[in-house]
Design a protein. Sequence first.
Length: 360
Amino acid sequence: MNITIIGLGVIGGSLGLAIKQSVPHAVVIGFDERQKIDSALRREAIDFGAATLAGSVHDADIIFLCTPVHTILELLPQIAAHCKKSAIITDVGSTKVEIVRSAKKVFRRNGIFIGGHPMAGSEGKGIEYADALLFQNATYVLCANPSMKKRIAALTSLLSAVGARVLFLSAKHHDTIAATISHLPQLIAVAMMNFVEKKNNYHQGYLQLAAGGFRDITRIASSPYGMWKDILASNADEIRRIIKEFSELLGQFEKGLRSSATQRSFERRFIAAKTVRDAIPKNSKGFLHPLFEVYVAVDDRPGVLAAMTGALTTAKINIKDIELLKIRDGKGGTFRLSFESKRDAEKAGSVLKKKKFKTL
């Protein structure tokens, strides 16, 4: 099986690593800038690098487009002109309607195009952050009709082999859902930070008190605009509609705070919110997948942080994130350590307890 990956960043590089690990008989060809091809070859994410786009796709059985949305749209006609008739072409763009619509116009003689979107990603940028396990247990959306499943069996089998869980959705449904559970939260996080920044200009207490829950809610506000520029442009209509619906809900909240039945109304909302959130699959992955946390209370003394992280280093446990939550001058504080998996978090807790650290 010949597989071509166009765009050798985090997603493209991770696909290459995962395929080489799980489907060793496949031949993986990469196409990107020369420097990125060289990096992919060093990491053994691809077998060969192609000098031209046409050369990379002419004999490919499956072609992955792992570039920003605007680049995907630009490359579709070129790929259609050079791919073989039986080739399966798919993308990893975060929005689907515009891409699927454009692909339908150009893939008429050669190739079968299937819109795709892996619900997995990384906060890092570039193939240096590629991970062969990125797609393990990640939902991978394919925009295909049930009648096409046999024709794209090679693609679905490949995705299953790298650990992804394939979900079939129409492009329209994908973009509506993505606008609700990904694009709206991103804009809310950005809006909250913009709002608090403005307030903080008048009183610095806002940012001084912005810890804990506020930091958790606004974590994704750190996502780079370059990653979101195409998403916001290509899914603007759906995002606008979802913002309007959400604004109406906030309006109901505002009215509820003026009502004598406030307590009962908000109690029901809080209970319903907890019930629904608890029902979200714990092992599902999103763009920035959840981390597992351990809280550690430490004394205020030199070397305590080095001792804590050193113990985990010796145990070969990787810390994904670390934050000092509470400080009591002269006495100590509480660190929040975040880990990739529940197993790592449990192991970290055990290691730290043996080293006489107090975990909470």
